[in-house]
Write a protein that binds this ligand. Structure first.
Ligand SMILES: *[C@@H]1O[C@H](CO)[C@@H](O)[C@H](O)[C@H]1NC(C)=O
Length: 511
């Protein structure tokens, strides 16, 4: 080893500590999130039977059909509602307990409901399941934010992108795992379902035992805790080399300049004219992403395939196939998103989803009279999943990062997250009633939402690929009718200063 090596910027390596910390946290947290999305799909007939039975024992009469639908849609949709609450808890928890600390604490919201759901049948209570779904939802809402933050702060710059994909991948693997366990011969039957629901506690327990051996985010240790010794030691373990002074210094500088830029609150974001169309666009994209019905497919896949006339015994395998396509497309999308225009992919993605929904409506209408219609329906759902995976699923996150600058980004992500979970909740709650009321035409609503989102994107959202932040701000400034002062570091903070809510703390100069 030469002496001059010190002066060359070294590329971060995927050290065993970093790789294992990534695996433990994504398996322990992101995987569970996906698992709980799909876990209620396959066992739903048996669980509804249990609801009916329980009701009968309590009241002496069988449950009414509409009340059962309500109880069931609540059991499904309490998960995204919990996700909304969980995402609101992120900021206080990561600052108080740290990133790793928040992930460890979060396991309470998995292990407790896992035990409750496992005991629900014995206890003869469907209320327990509904409450547990809120708790596992909180777990998902927290982990969907904290895992990317934790891994982003552990990774060296050159690996941040690649490691950032791992949580998303584990979510889809979690969905697929729940679909496999849901096969009738495995756990998707009248005796297996409580056990299947309780299995979500297993990754949580594994994480609880293994994650303490891995480092807390060095950035958190250094900046929020001021513990330089521990930050240095952890960073040395993560990087696999001794000289980490430079990176520690970088963290300090980065933090100072972030502070100098100030930080917008959600209220600022909602009231600033210079950010109006960016904000509307984030809301439109996230609503479009969820209200286009993608999660309806994972929550209710079996029921959709059932009404499409797919043979009862084949449904479980078709559902597993859909999940496998989703995993594959999530991997493929990484390469597609990197190399194509964002706007183009959003338009193509929503276009494909819209077309697939229209075709599915036709197929559902003719399934009684034409023998091969169920195959067309299966194809439509799979095309829909592919269309969603190349644009509507991954891109809103990328574009939100690109449309907002440092100072306004946290508030923008707060708004995006809330819209995401509340729209997800709406679909989970309403879909069973839609299916009952509109039959084959329920997918026309999704087609319409895809089309509306497509038109909005086409008309309003500029292409952001290969544009600098300044260029993007200028494109939006014209729409917002707001002057942009060229030469300022960040136009958003200019407005923050003018609005008088510029805080003292934010005035710290960078150097
Ligand atoms: C509830 O169970 C009873 C008998 O066990 C059955 O006749 C009835 O159709 C079930 N109700 C629903 C809504 O599934």
């Amino acid at each position: 080893m030469g002496n001059e090596e010190k002066y060359v910027e070294r590329k971060g390596r995927l050290t065993p500590v970093l790789a294992l910390a990534t695996l433990v946290s994504t398996f322990g947290s992101s995987f569970q999130y996906g698992y709980n999305v799909a876990v209620v799909n396959s066992p739903s007939p048996f669980m509804q039977q249990f609801y009916n039975q329980t009701y009968l024992e309590r009241h002496g009469t069988p449950i009414e059909d509409s009340f059962l639908t309500l109880l069931w849609s609540l059991s499904v949709s309490m998960f995204p509602l919990g996700g909304f609450f969980g995402s609101l808890m992120v900021a206080p928890l990561v600052n108080k307990l740290g990133r790793k600390g928040a992930l460890l604490f979060n396991n309470i919201f998995s292990i407790v409901p896992a035990v409750m759901m496992g005991a629900s049948e014995v206890a003869g209570s469907y209320e327990i399941i509904i409450v547990s779904r809120i708790l596992v939802g909180i777990c998902a809402g927290l982990s969907s934010n904290v895992v990317p933050m934790y891994l982003g702060e552990l990774s060296p710059k050159n690996l941040r992108g690649a490691i950032g994909i791992v949580p998303q991948l584990f979510i889809t693997i979690g969905i697929l795992t729940a679909q496999v366990f849901g096969i009738r011969g495995i756990l998707g039957n009248s005796s297996g379902w409580p056990f299947m629901l309780a299995l979500t506690g297993v990754p949580a327990v594994i994480e609880l035992f293994l994650l303490p051996f891995f480092p807390e985010s060095p950035r958190y240790m250094l900046i929020q805790r001021g513990d330089e010794k521990k930050a240095r030691r952890d960073l040395q373990r993560l990087r696999g080399w001794e000289e980490v002074d430079e990176e520690l210094q970088e963290m300090r500088v980065e933090e100072q300049s972030e502070r100098a830029e100030g930080r917008l609150s959600v209220l600022n974001l909602l009231s600033f004219r210079s950010l109006r169309w960016q904000l509307v666009s984030v809301i439109a994209m996230n609503m479009g992403q969820q209200l286009s019905g993608v999660n309806a497919i994972y929550y209710y896949a079996d029921s959709i395939y059932g009404s499409a006339g797919v043979k009862e015994s084949d449904i479980q395998y078709v559902t597993v196939g859909t999940g496998a396509v989703n995993v594959f497309m999530t991997i493929a999308a990484v390469f597609i998103v990197e190399s194509s225009g964002r706007k183009l992919l959003l338009l193509i993605g929503f276009g494909i989803c819209c077309g697939a929904c229209v075709l599915l409506t036709i197929a559902l209408n003719f399934q009684a009279s034409v023998e091969w219609m169920p195959y067309l329906s299966i194809t439509c759902v799979i095309i829909y999943v592919i269309g969603h995976a190349i644009g509507p699923s991954p891109i809103p996150y990328v574009v939100t990062t690109e449309m907002f600058r440092q100072a306004s980004r946290p508030a923008a992500f707060m708004v995006a997250g809330s819209v995401h979970w509340l729209s997800n909740f709406t679909v989970g709650l309403v879909f069973p009633f839609l299916e009952k009321g509109l039959g084959p035409y329920s997918f026309i609503i999704f087609a319409f939402i895809c089309l509306a989102t497509l038109v909005y994107i086409w008309a309003v959202i500029p292409e952001t690929k290969n544009k600098t932040f300044l260029e993007i701000s200028q494109l939006f400034a014209e729409m917002n009718g707001a002057e942009i002062v060229v030469g300022t570091a960040d136009p958003d903070t200019e407005e923050l200063k003018r609005s008088g809510s510029w805080q003292e703390e934010a005035k710290v100069t960078a150097f």
